[in-house]
Ligand binder design. Structure first.
Ligand code: SF4
Ligand code: SF4
Length: 443
């Protein structure tokens, strides 16, 4: 306690009062997270710190425009080609982005080869200093324009440090398995869980579930290819399905890379679907048990917990008024660049909104627009994140978390910030548990 007070009193030169969260581990031991020191401090039993702790601190954020320009010139990492707007499934979650940006999927355009070749050339010319680069095919359902995929892969596969990936609903996988395998294309299949769950949501226009077709496609791929080149992306619509989804992937694909998302009703009053607290706690306990026993962790659990734990691990310690480089978005166009069928450029596939356009296939990336977006992010960081206790842990993308109907919305940002802080508290609590398990050393 004395140490805690001393450690906080040392920090005297800041302007704002800030209070870190008090949280408990699974044994009801209380901790305080100190935003200014980054320390996770056990609170001795019987002491109530609720009204005691106020740290005087304020984070500052900056970006370096020259460095941004340099990265845009020579260190771009990936592009995502909207290969087609067509889709052969009628999926509940289909392209919210497209609907909002006014494109919808009614026009059903394919990207033409010339647009794709131009985009790839522009990317390769501006990624000469990047270690590993990726060209991704996205849709709609990209395999419906497989001719374009073949052309791009055959044209550029000899380039050094370049990989290809396709995000697919898997229904045509069996038709293209040989090409995909021969050319070592990474495949991300949208699979929501066991047949009963998957087929509720992902059905053909004739209302036939797509699970069986996906399995035929997966069976057409070699085991060794699947081990290293296959990943899954699940979208959970009903929280009741969460545990079945966990069991399905842990039993059948426990080593494949995996992402789980939740249906987001972006612009409807319906709430975002999340796992129930009970399921979250159950999975947390399974995860802790596996770490304790040194078991191999299924990718479902790694995805759920380790990204958050890494945020805690990488938090800033002993913050001392230095300006922090932009934390709350990537550099648009560097980590990703989404290119629509029409050749318009956006920061990523989740942000294809008219006001976030950052160039096109003819002119390339408009650097001033990218700098404008970053200036916007930094201004919001210095308005909101500077006095938020999670300021140096949180990795929320402000461009994304503040979108409502494609436009910036402060209320939406604040709602999402509350959710993010709550999830960081969950990870702090798990982190404290793991520290105990591993005595200062995480797996
Ligand atoms: S969501 Fe934000 S941080 Fe993520 S890729 Fe898109 S622009 Fe970058
Ligand atoms: S929760 Fe919101 S205000 Fe806090 S650091 Fe994250 S983005 Fe910034």
């Amino acid at each position: 306690m004395l140490f805690l007070q001393k450690s906080l009193k040392r920090r005297v030169s800041f302007k704002y009062l800030m209070k870190g969260p008090i949280f408990k581990d699974s044994n009801e031991q209380q901790f305080y997270y100190s935003p200014s020191t980054g320390r996770i401090i056990p609170i001795p039993k019987g002491i109530n710190l609720e009204n005691l702790i106020e740290e005087k601190t304020c984070f500052k954020f900056k970006f370096n425009p020259q460095e941004v320009r340099r990265k845009l010139d020579e260190e771009r990492e990936s592009i995502i080609l909207e290969t087609t707007e067509q889709c052969n499934l009628s999926v509940h979650t289909v392209s919210i982005v497209g609907i909002i940006s006014g494109k919808g999927h009614t026009q059903k355009k394919n990207m033409n080869i010339e647009t794709a070749l131009n985009a790839c050339k522009d990317f390769l010319d501006h990624s000469k200093k990047t270690g590993f680069r990726m060209i991704s095919f996205y849709g709609g359902e990209p395999t419906l324009n497989f001719e374009l995929i073949e052309k791009i892969v055959l044209t550029y596969e000899q380039e050094k440090g370049l990989g290809f990936s396709v995000s697919t609903n898997g229904t045509k996988l069996k038709d293209y398995a040989k090409f995909i395998q021969d050319h070592r294309i990474f495949v991300a299949v949208s699979l929501d869980g066991p047949k009963g769950i998957h087929d509720k949501n992902r059905v053909s226009k004739e209302k036939k579930g797509s699970y069986d077709e996906i399995m035929k496609g997966l069976n057409a791929l070699d085991d060794s290819f699947k081990k290293h080149h296959l990943s899954f992306s699940a979208t959970i619509k009903d929280p009741e399905d969460f545990m079945s989804c966990f069991e399905f992937f842990s039993n059948n694909f426990q080593n494949n890379a995996f992402r789980v998302g939740f249906v987001k009703f972006l612009d409807s009053p319906k709430k975002e679907v999340m796992a129930t607290r009970k399921d979250f706690e159950r999975l947390k306990n399974i995860y802790l048990q596996m770490v304790t026993n040194n078991n191999k962790i299924p990718t479902f659990l790694s995805f759920l917990f380790e990204e958050g734990l890494n945020l805690i691990d990488n938090r800033v310690r002993n913050y001392n008024e230095e300006e922090l480089s932009c934390l709350h978005s990537c550099i648009p166009g560097v980590r990703k660049l989404f290119i629509t069928t029409e050749g318009k450029y956006y920061p990523c596939e989740k942000l294809a909104y008219p006001e976030l356009e950052i160039g096109d296939n003819k002119q390339g990336i408009d650097r001033d627009k990218v700098l404008g977006l970053l200036k916007f992010v930094i201004d919001k960081e210095n308005d909101y994140c500077s006095t938020c206790w999670a300021g140096t842990i949180c990795n929320s993308c402000i461009l994304l978390e503040s979108r409502k109907e494609g436009k910036y919305d402060q209320e939406r940002l604040c709602q999402n910030c509350d959710k993010k802080r709550n999830s960081i508290i969950d990870y702090l609590s798990l982190y404290a548990d793991l520290k105990k398990v591993k005595k200062n050393e995480r797996r």
